[in-house]
Design a protein around this ligand. Structure first.
Ligand SMILES: [Zn+2]
Length: 321
């Protein structure tokens, strides 16, 4: 990890400066598959950078976004722009509609706890690293009647040397509509719905696979009046979304929405289990953090007493701080 004093980050974060910022290195947290796309590797060049370099950029962005979101929640009582973004994207409305206290402090606490958990996870590299692959070709589609790979054995006990070799379906239950996939890297089968090449989220969320468009970074494009948030978000938002599944738990973080319209409509809808629904949705958490960062960033195109806020449809509106 590389650590900088607060001074070095002054250009990036306008409001909230942590005392010391240690920049995360993705290789400390994940095994990033080497090689070209044909093996799911991340060494190919996309828009001038290798997949590995894009992932490193986006992993650092995840850290920046998490700090930004945490600071926004801490500043709820004093920062109107934080309150507005939390209302639009997370459904945390101020008491009475205009006050500086949340109408439901417990819900704000759940959002805060989930960002804190993410912050803590990013603060220490794990002892055991998971894999990141850069295309779905790291998996080989199999049929339920295929024999188990002879190298497979960690969970089945079957092998070619211990009697008749078992079929995949003898060891795994394969629900209708799903297929077995073999990973040479993991030496494991994943049972999944048929994958398209760009599927990043999968149900057996042990490792990341597949990816998205290889361009776009945080702050690369300044919003203009009425620009949709999605037009100016970093493409790293996909990796950030996946990190929430990974850190908060795949069962706890269902993919019931996947776009800006869903984020906004969910923020206005009912809570589940007495907790605000948005607090558990990766797309909502990631979108709120992006929106907040774009609001607190000091853009060259507007005066320092202005910021880019968001209306009820997620479109940019220039506002006074
Ligand atoms: Zn997801």
């Amino acid at each position: 990890m590389v650590c900088f004093g607060a001074f070095g980050l002054a250009q990036l974060l306008l409001f909230y400066l942590p005392a010391v910022q240690c920049v995360v290195n993705i290789d400390d947290y994940f095994n990033v598959k080497t090689g070209n796309e044909d093996v799911g590797g991340c060494d190919e060049i996309y828009e001038g950078k290798t997949g590995h370099e894009w992932l490193q950029t986006w992993f650092q962005e995840a850290q920046t976004l998490t700090d930004t979101a945490s600071n926004a929640i801490k500043g709820y009582g004093t920062e109107e722009l934080s309150r507005k973004n939390l209302a639009v994207f997370m459904g945390i409305e101020p008491k009475g509609g205009t006050g500086n206290a949340p109408s439901n402090p417990k819900n704000l606490g759940v959002v805060e706890a989930n960002f804190q958990k993410t912050q803590q996870w990013l603060a220490t590299a794990p002892a055991q690293k998971k894999w990141i692959f850069c295309s779905a070709k790291w998996l080989v589609e199999k049929k339920p009647d295929d024999l188990l790979e002879v190298t497979h054995g960690s969970s089945s006990g079957f092998s070619s040397s211990s009697g008749p070799q078992a079929k995949i379906k003898d060891v795994y239950s394969i629900p209708s509509g799903q297929k077995p996939y073999w990973s040479k890297d993991l030496q494991e089968y994943l049972i999944e719905r048929p994958m398209n090449a760009k599927n990043f989220c999968n149900r057996n969320f042990k490792n990341f696979g597949g990816t998205m468009e290889w361009f776009g970074t945080l702050g690369a494009t300044e919003p203009t009046q009425n620009t949709a948030l999605t037009e100016v978000m970093s493409k790293g938002v996909t990796l950030y979304h996946e990190l929430f599944h990974f850190i908060l738990g795949s069962v706890e973080t269902p993919d019931i929405i996947s776009n800006l319209r869903g984020v906004i409509s969910t923020s206005a809808s009912d809570a589940i289990n007495g907790e605000v629904k948005s607090a558990w949705l990766p797309e909502s958490l990631a979108t709120f953090a992006e929106a907040q960062w774009l609001s607190v960033n000091q853009w060259p195109g507007i005066a320092s007493n202005q910021y880019w806020g968001w209306d009820g449809a997620g479109n940019a509106q220039q506002k006074a701080r």
